[in-house]
Design a protein around this ligand. Structure first.
Ligand code: NAD
Length: 294
């Protein structure tokens, strides 16, 4: 079994670390928030005094942090102190540019690294069914795979440094746009006197079929497990959708990709968030489109 450093024990990091402990690994964890450290301790994580201590004796270090600036600052701190050949796995969702810089810091200190953001949310983190999208060398990926397994439903090697983050933001660009499209169709159906169930029965088996409709339906009823049935409790919070759509726009601007629907989706989620709904599930955007969210 492996000694794993885990830095960033928040909503995602804590349940992920708990699954590593359950799989028999020794996890040395650190977070800035004392309450999160208490949860980690209760889950069997060995709580360390700081990030450097969490990384020091670890063969593998996993970070699960809010944004690129946090990842780069933690990497600058811990990389010089980690043993040569240690594998750094960053599972945070961050911009592609910062992800590549993080790989460069690791390489400068003789470390292996992959970017491995996830989809599946806090439910997937608790259940150990996250999808990991990995970017980095084959050698690093092969070393990472067995450690990711207790946290994962699926692990995909997407390519070189930054490819995991690229896959994550492209996927969530599809998700944000498709959720708005499905929501608009339900709002139009309401105006036309078409029932939610009738639209669902047709579109879910027709060319309008997609995950935002069949798994995450934004109106209550047709898919009983979707957040619409529990007053849009997340799930996947609108604030995180906005974060990912902004990352996609940033990447589109830097790379010269034309993404007009992505830009519009980012704008709509920014307005929804500005109305105070950042903590609601992102499928709650349907209320904004109906004009009843303010
Ligand atoms: P979170 O805010 O709950 O957790 C982040 C943790 O990092 C916090 O506990 C914070 O105290 C800690 N932290 C910040 N700087 C630190 C430092 N220097 N040293 C140690 N700890 C530090 O966020 P989360 O929901 O767990 O998300 C983590 C990442 O996963 C984000 O990048 C997010 O976009 C991504 N993500 C989240 C979800 C989700 O549903 N929550 C889904 C997929 C991806």
């Amino acid at each position: 079994m492996t000694t794993i450093g885990f830095i960033g024990l928040g909503n995602m990091g804590n349940p992920m670390a708990a699954n590593l402990v359950k799989a028999g690994h020794t996890v040395h964890g650190f977070d800035l928030v004392p309450e999160n450290l208490k949860t980690a301790r209760d889950n069997g994580v060995v709580v360390m005094a700081n990030g450097v201590a969490a990384a020091k004796d670890a063969e593998i270090v996993i970070t699960m942090l809010p944004a690129g600036k946090h990842v780069l600052s933690v990497y600058e701190d811990i990389a010089p102190k980690a043993a040569k050949g240690t594998l750094f796995i960053d599972s945070s969702t961050i911009d592609v540019d910062s992800a590549r810089k993080a790989h460069a810091i690791a390489a400068r200190h003789g470390l292996l690294s992959i970017d491995a953001p996830v989809s599946g949310g806090t439910g997937g983190a608790a259940a150990g069914t996250l999808t990991f999208m990995a970017g980095g060398s084959k050698e690093a990926f092969v070393k990472a795979e067995p450690v990711l397994k207790p946290m994962a439903g699926r692990i995909v090697h997407c390519g070189d440094a930054g490819a995991g983050q690229a896959a994550k933001i492209c996927n969530n660009l599809i998700l944000g746009v498709s959720m708005i499209g499905v929501s608009e169709a339900f709002v139009l159906a309401e105006k036309l006197g078409l029932s939610h169930q009738a639209l669902f029965d047709v579109a879910s088996t027709s060319s309008g079929q997609c995950w935002s409709l069949t798994t995450y339906c934004p109106v209550p009823g047709p898919v009983p497990t979707s957040p619409a049935n529990r007053d849009y409790q997340p799930g996947f919070a609108a604030a995180l959708m906005l974060k990912d759509l902004k990352l996609a726009q940033e990447a589109a601007q830097q790379s010269g990709a034309v993404t007009p629907l992505g830009a519009e989706a980012a704008q709509l989620y920014a307005l929804f968030n500005a109305q105070g709904h950042g903590g609601a599930d992102f499928s709650g955007i349907i209320k904004f489109l109906r004009g009843d969210s303010a």
